[in-house]
Design a protein around this ligand. Structure first.
Ligand code: ZN
Length: 178
């Protein structure tokens, strides 16, 4: 079972700006370990602290080269444009073709306090941009055009209604396990 519950769109913490990590200590290391476990369980390729209710500027990711942690990341956007069908663990089941810069330069530090500097493009660059958005309280919805956003809001409202309406079959939360 995941150490953390992933916060879903509608949760105000996803809209707030996270604060820098002042000291990398055992607590921060434990948060990252638990975030990685939560990310793998989901499964996802990246997870930012606000998505598990922690307003700190850090994120974890693994795009196939093993688990990585970036603390206090700063992102400089580079050249080009790149389209990618992007989804988010906090907006389950939905994804959109989104255009963003193709190249980025990420700086920050790892859990040992060593400086990180990564110049990358396409998929990895997209993961970095997505996670940085989370640290600034920005969700994918903000990258959609008007028509896409209307459609997204319609689907999300519909889900909300389904969740709120009491149904006799789901009352009590279903089967209880010990
Ligand atoms: Zn996301």
């Amino acid at each position: 079972m995941s150490p953390y519950e992933i916060r879903i769109i509608g949760d105000p913490i996803l809209r707030s700006v996270a604060t820098p990590v002042s000291e990398i200590d055992g607590t921060v290391a434990k948060i990252c370990e638990d975030m990685l476990a939560t990310m793998y369980e989901a499964p996802g390729v990246g997870l930012a602290a606000p998505q598990v209710g922690i307003q700190k500027r850090l994120f974890v990711y693994d795009i196939g080269d093993g688990p990585q942690v970036v603390v206090n990341p700063i992102l400089a956007e580079g050249d080009g444009e790149w389209v990618f069908d992007e989804g988010c663990l906090s907006i389950p089941g939905l994804s959109w073709e989104i255009v963003r810069p193709r190249e980025v330069h990420l700086t920050g530090c790892d859990l040992d306090g060593n400086e990180i500097s990564i110049e990358t493009d396409e998929y990895e660059a997209r993961v970095f941009q997505h996670e940085l958005d989370h640290l600034d309280g920005v969700l994918l919805i903000e990258h959609l055009d008007d028509d896409q956003r209307k459609e997204a809001n319609r689907i999300l409202r519909q889900r909300e209604t389904l969740r709120e309406s009491p149904s006799p079959t789901s009352a009590g939360g279903g089967i209880r396990l010990p």
